[in-house]
Design a protein around this ligand. Structure first.
Ligand code: GLU
Length: 271
């Protein structure tokens, strides 16, 4: 019995030590390894998706991470995540940072730490043109979104009579809309515009003005990874100051992009 107890204690201690190592100093660890591992979306244009020509992951979130890795003097390795896997992958140490269209909110901040807000967007609906004029038109209807997203939670509250179908990622929800299996897809409007821009018959669809939530994005880091969070925040503020953040925005949302959007935010310190 005594032996069992000791063994159990050793196991508990080992788990704690492993967790402590993970929650430790990502800034120092990544510098030691020479690589920062970022979790990004791979099917959410223009934030994170696969370039048809090069097969590489590209997008707004990828560019933001590239600046951070460069400032750290390390290589950037990218791993694809979806909404429901990004937090577990970070906590398990599979990735060092999340840059994946992720809204900062109080619930998530209990589990991970967030950077300053680096992007601002709003939850809306992608529909077949002219089919939805008010939220009432969606009452009792089927709406597609992604598992583990704030979009899923918000829409259930905003339209309690709707049937919410949660897919792994947004292109699957959009396919369901194209096939007539759902009446709308709901998530952040910049994601919806990105989905629409890649559709074959984009003129058949529209993103509504109807709006149900503010969605400020933060980069996600392990809880208590203080030096890394400070470094990332400092870098984001520098990027705002030296115009790099605006240049990245312009590349993906400016007049030469698939859809021109105004930059309606500035990166500031949250505290
Ligand atoms: N920004 C929302 C979220 O963090 C929706 C987009 C996404 O699923 O990544 O859940």
């Amino acid at each position: 019995m005594k032996k069992m107890v000791t063994l159990f204690m050793i196991m508990v201690l080992a788990t704690f030590t492993a967790k402590a190592a993970l929650a430790g100093d990502t800034l120092a660890n990544a510098k030691k390894k020479g690589v920062l591992v970022g979790g990004v979306k791979d099917s959410t244009p223009p934030f994170g998706y696969v370039d048809e020509k090069t097969r590489k992951l590209i997008g707004y979130d990828v560019d933001v991470l590239a600046v951070i890795a460069k400032r750290m003097g390390v290589a950037l390795e990218l791993k694809p995540v979806v909404s429901s896997t990004r937090m577990p992958m970070l906590q398990e140490g599979n990735i060092d940072i999340i840059a994946a269209t992720m809204t900062k909110n109080a619930d998530r901040a209990k589990v991970i730490d967030f950077s300053n807000t680096y992007f601002m967007t709003y939850q809306r609906f992608l529909i077949k043109k002219g089919t939805v004029k008010s939220l009432k038109d969606l009452a009792g209807k089927r709406i597609g979104t992604a598992k583990g997203s704030t979009s899923e939670q918000n829409v259930k509250k905003a339209i309690p009579t709707a049937t919410v179908l949660s897919f792994d990622d947004y292109p699957q929800a959009f396919l369901a809309l194209q096939q007539g299996k759902v009446q709308a897809v709901t998530t952040d409007d910049h994601i919806l515009l990105g989905l629409k821009s890649k559709a074959l018959r984009k003129d058949q669809f529209e993103v509504t003005d109807l709006y149900i939530a503010d969605e400020p994005y933060g980069l996600g880091m392990r809880k208590g990874d203080k030096k890394f969070v400070e470094f990332v925040n400092k870098t984001l503020l520098e990027m705002e100051k030296n115009g790099e953040a605006a240049r990245i925005f312009d590349k993906w949302f400016g007049p030469k992009s698939d859809f021109h959007q105004k930059r309606n935010f500035k990166i500031t310190s949250d505290k």
